[in-house]
Write a protein that binds this ligand. Sequence first.
Ligand code: UD1
Length: 430
Amino acid sequence: MEQYIIKGGIPLTGDVDISGAKNAALALVAAAIMTDDKVVIDNLPDVRDINVLIQAIEGIGARVVRRDANCVEIDSSTISSVRVDYEYIKKIRASYYLLGALLGKYHKAEVALPGGCNIGSRPIDQHIKGFKALGAEVEIDHGMIMTEAKELIGNHIYMDVVSVGATINVMLAAAMAEGKTIIENAAKEPHVVDVANMLNSMGANIKGAGTDVIRIRGVEKLHGTEYSVIPDQIEAGTFMFAAAATRGNVLVKNVIPKHLEAITAKLLEIGCCIEEYDDAVRVIGPEELKATHVKTLPYPGFPTDMQPQIAVTLALSTGTSVVTESIFENRFKYVDELTRMGANIKVEGNSAFIVGVEKYMGAEVSAPDLRAGAALVIAGLAAEGFTTVDDIVYIQRGYEKFEEKLRGLGARIEKVSSEHDAQKFRLKAV
Ligand code: UD1
């Protein structure tokens, strides 16, 4: 099994290029199957979740040509089935976007129930509520979600919780429904806007994405497009906190600084120096990190996907911080691992009380999920001595060339698959 081995204690310095946003790209690949014309998607991150979704659409007949590692051409005119039962699809949460896309185009979809990171109970009741409001029947049977509609008719839908997935999924189906759909209490995340933009470039009529009311006038047909995925705000944020935790100086390039405002605000509060450019942000970590409090919230609040990375950084500050998780209830599973590296953190309910320590000590830890895995890598980069991070398959789901990009910033990190290779790294790195 592959693991990362890290020799910590080196401040990260240099430039890093951020890839396309995984969570946007998942929805864009699903949206691409809603037309029989060719769709080209560029700046697509070459990560496991995206590759699984691509194999899943190939499984139902779409033809996908890779122009290069980050650009695909999707031809869905050859789709011959609406049943997505590909064995790996359950492992990616966003497989549910195929429901909205297939329902919109073919009025029928059968997709294996979504899995994804185990970060708490992740119901899909709001997706189902939205589909039903558009006139579809929805049934769950033997691990499959099946939905079908004689006619899809626009409706007024109020989301009971702010959900990125449900907002996008209903938007996909409603883009090809008859008449007008209004989604109220919609999620405002940048990737919701990205999906609306791509659908509009395919001929859809969607207004208001990025606000909490989205208005969609359904169209009969969508056409081909060429589209480039927005930069990944979470990957960018991860490198920004890695710079802070290692007291480094990193220019994070190919980003939209506006999408990073909640993250930069917290970095400023803990004493970092931030320089903002048109499409880049420089983070300079201070000698002494200050404590602060943070609560995760839907966009434009502080993202839940950045919670482990900020907690790992705050655990090295002077003072006491409180991190409150308000989106997913099971997102502190990395705390036990971090404690073994010397952190002083107590979790009570949905809050982590963090008393800063001077440094981490390298240890053997396991990634419990995607973002927590990346956060443990940050801890390893800041730690004294060697850290190994197991179960990096989680990290590979969402970070493109993670270790390569970190090495470009001077980190000593290697992906190894045997104790022999780990030993070689240790000998070389002393
Ligand atoms: C997406 C992201 C994930 C991120 C999350 C919140 C993808 C593939 N994943 O996940 O990385 O952490 O947004 O920014 O884009 N909820 C319901 N009923 C529903 C749907 C959601 O109660 O039908 C609840 C969830 O349990 C959670 C909250 O709503 O408490 C937000 O979830 P949601 O925004 O839907 O997350 P995902 O789209 O699954």
